[in-house]
Design a protein around this ligand. Structure first.
Ligand SMILES: [Zn+2]
Length: 187
């Protein structure tokens, strides 16, 4: 989150980092009106959509990582449930209308204050009417997946696990973080 330079409540410039009474964290606080700026993690939701053994990936048209392949996913908006956000992102980025089957992977990336919630979902309709963030999208058989062009290690890991689970017909639910091997960003 971008740190405000002026108080969103009174417009004053005197913002300082202090520990409010009874709080466990330091916060940016307006010295004029007492407004406290809470800066909390962002939630990103998305889906793995498998159809007849093929997996939906989208190729990004815009930065970051233009040209890379990703699962359809994005930031949750205010007023949405996690499921609604995931299905909206799928629709915007792939033009696929989908339904949630179950949660699949929840992982935290505390270094960048993000939480990812990935669902298993079922494609109901494939329209090819995706938004400007996507260059193209398609369903890949496992042997055709462009692993090297999937930028995020955690997404490669989630997809590989899903493919092996599909062969067994049993799906787990996973919780992880970037400190225990479920790395999200390569440095
Ligand atoms: Zn203020």
């Amino acid at each position: 989150m971008r740190t405000p330079r002026f108080c969103p409540q009174c417009g004053g410039p005197d913002l300082q980092i202090t520990r409010p009474a009874g709080d466990t964290h330091d916060r940016l606080t307006c010295q004029a009106c007492g407004y406290i700026h809470y800066d909390n993690p962002k939630v990103i939701t998305g889906c793995i959509i498998e159809q007849q053994g093929k997996y939906l990936l989208c190729q990004r048209a815009i930065p970051p990582q233009a040209g890379s392949w990703v699962l359809p996913a994005g930031f949750m908006e205010n007023g949405e449930t996690t499921e609604e956000a995931a299905l909206r992102e799928v629709w915007e980025e792939s033009g696929v209308r989908a339904d949630i089957l179950s949660p699949y992977s929840i992982f935290s990336v505390p270094m960048i204050n993000e939480v990812y919630i990935i669902f298993r979902a079922l494609a109901l309709e494939i329209t090819d009417e995706y938004g400007p963030e996507t260059a193209t999208c398609r369903f890949f058989a496992p042997e055709d997946i462009p692993w090297e062009q999937i930028y995020y290690p955690a997404i490669r890991q989630i997809l590989a696990r899903y493919i092996s689970e599909r062969q067994a017909g049993i799906y787990g639910i996973y919780v992880g973080n970037d400190a225990t091997g479920k790395i999200h960003f390569l440095k």
